[in-house]
Design a binder for this molecule. Structure first.
Ligand SMILES: [Zn+2]
Length: 508
């Protein structure tokens, strides 16, 4: 008994040493562009994790082990570590993430389950000072459900697995308290700082694996399975898709390889989608700072609940429904029709999310407007730049979306995701939020406006932004009169008229 405990403790220490070794990070560097290499210096205390997982159809899901070396970024000492386990949220439709044999620095511990398992609290034997580190090891199983959360954590009938939020993530601590708000509304299931991950996955040999970062190795195990090693530095949320029968359509943007994984039957729609991703990447990289990874995966995925796309670090999911609706339409024809436009907009929008909230982190549940409104503006800006007048007035789509709340009392733009119903979430956060940026654009002028967005993105690149930071940003770039108008009309929604919405939609 004593002997086995000693072995376990030594095992914990050995793993800790491995993950703090600078050479460990070197293994992940091939996944980064030159810009991404420089970004490593922005997050010297980023968590480092390894996952060793088997795809188990009987589960059905992933099972294996996790080792996570977490450093307290401060400024205060922490009495515990709060892990988000999003698949246990009710919205995931019965999917789950279970941890067992959890150890802190090799010492067994019993996590406290909170919020129906949505959060796990690990009590530390003594407070961990700022800059101090702890190694968390656990066995984990991540089980899919029939519907998942908008199709996340599911397996389609034809065998495409979508794993998202399938590992515990350390929550974000603001002003001396862990953020504990549950998943609500239409929010993305994510609230964590940047981390570096090395994933070792055993999957059927015929399966494609799409995910963050780059595939470092693929080794045939001789039993119908292959072991795939993914290097995923600088990621905020992990999303991995495993599917047989998927083919790829590739593009290149300034040395970044973009791949769309899709079924052969939607090849033309996939070409249109990846072209839109490439356009968004080219424009956002030039205007808001370079994309940090060498690869970008888009995947035609069976999303649910009317969701057109979902984003994760280095990966976007594009709805099967959208791809199928576009059908055989020649991708060189501009997206004039509604279905082609929806596919292109979703592809551009999800790609723009790489900048906000994946490069610039923010709380997607508590402050969805911080990333979603800006991303929706940027997606339309990409459309305007690519197609201009060919597809009609680009910003009219945002006006149409924003007008949906005109029969109701206006809600503020700054509410948590759970405060809106589906219609209001679209109208306020996507519609009005995008038009607010368009209003700023017309008042500041093109050059000053784009410079201001660049400054916002550079300031918080691989960091974390809160509303107070955005308010300070507004005051740095807008006159007091314009800042007051933005706060009153656009953020609070007071005295905002339909004319304000249509006026903001006019091209500056
Ligand atoms: Zn979005």
């Amino acid at each position: 008994m004593l002997r086995s405990c000693l072995c376990l403790c030594l095992l914990g220490l050995v793993q800790a040493a491995d993950l703090t070794d600078p050479l460990w990070l070197d293994r992940l560097r091939p996944a980064l562009t030159a810009a991404g290499e420089q970004d490593l210096a922005r997050v010297p205390q980023a968590a480092r994790g390894e996952l060793d997982l088997d795809l188990d159809p009987a589960l059905p899901g992933l099972r294996g082990t996790m080792t996570l070396h977490w450093t307290n970024p401060g400024p205060d000492a922490v009495p515990d570590v709060l892990l988000n386990c999003w698949p246990n949220a009710r919205a995931f439709g019965g999917a789950s993430l279970t941890l067992s044999e959890v150890r802190l620095d090799g010492v067994p511990t019993e996590p406290l389950s909170e919020g129906g398992g949505e959060r796990m609290r690990l009590r530390l034997p003594q407070p961990l000072p700022a800059g101090g580190s702890v190694v968390i090891t656990a066995k984990l199983s991540a089980i899919t459900s029939a519907t998942g959360y908008h199709g996340l954590m599911t397996r389609s009938p034809d065998g495409v697995w979508v794993f998202s939020a399938f590992t515990p993530e350390v929550s974000v601590r603001i002003a001396g308290a862990w953020r504990e708000d549950p998943l609500a509304g239409m929010a993305d299931a994510l609230r964590t700082r940047t981390a570096h991950w090395l994933l070792r996955l055993r999957v059927p040999s015929a399966a494609a694996v799409a995910g963050p970062g780059s595939e470092l190795e693929r080794r045939d195990l001789g039993d119908g399975r292959s072991e795939v090693v993914l290097a995923a530095p600088l990621v905020r949320n992990l999303c991995v898709i495993v599917g047989e029968g998927l083919v790829q359509t590739k593009r290149d943007v300034d040395g970044v390889q973009l791949r769309m994984w899709h079924r052969p039957v939607v090849a033309l729609a996939a070409a249109r989608s990846i072209d839109a991703c490439a356009a968004a990447m080219r424009r956002c990289s030039a205007a808001f700072g370079a994309y940090p990874w060498r690869e970008f995966d888009a995947v035609e995925a069976p999303l649910e609940g009317g969701v057109g796309g979902v984003e994760a670090s280095g990966v976007v999911l594009i709805g099967r429904d959208l791809c199928e609706m576009v059908g055989e339409l020649d991708p060189s024809v501009p997206p004039i029709g509604l279905t082609a436009r929806m596919l292109v907009e979703a592809s551009a929008h999800e790609t723009c999310h790489q900048w906000w909230h994946l490069i610039v982190g923010s709380d997607t549940m508590l402050h969805p407007w911080l990333d979603e409104s800006l991303t929706n503006w940027a997606g339309e800006w990409v459309m305007e730049g690519e197609y201009g007048a060919v597809i009609g007035p680009v910003w009219s789509m945002s006006v149409f979306t924003a007008m949906a709340e005109r029969q109701r009392p206006r809600q503020a733009l700054t509410l948590p995701a759970g405060a809106y119903d589906e219609l209001a979430y679209g109208a306020v956060v996507y519609g009005r939020g995008a038009l607010m940026y368009q209003r700023l654009r017309s008042q500041l002028g093109e050059a000053k406006f784009l410079a201001a967005l660049r400054e916002w993105t550079d300031t918080h690149r691989f960091g974390w932004a809160e509303p107070v930071d955005w308010q300070a940003w507004l005051d740095r770039h807008a006159t007091p009169e314009l800042a007051a108008e933005i706060r009153t009309k656009w953020l609070a929604g007071e005295a905002l008229t339909p004319q304000d919405l249509t006026g903001a939609s006019n091209k500056p």
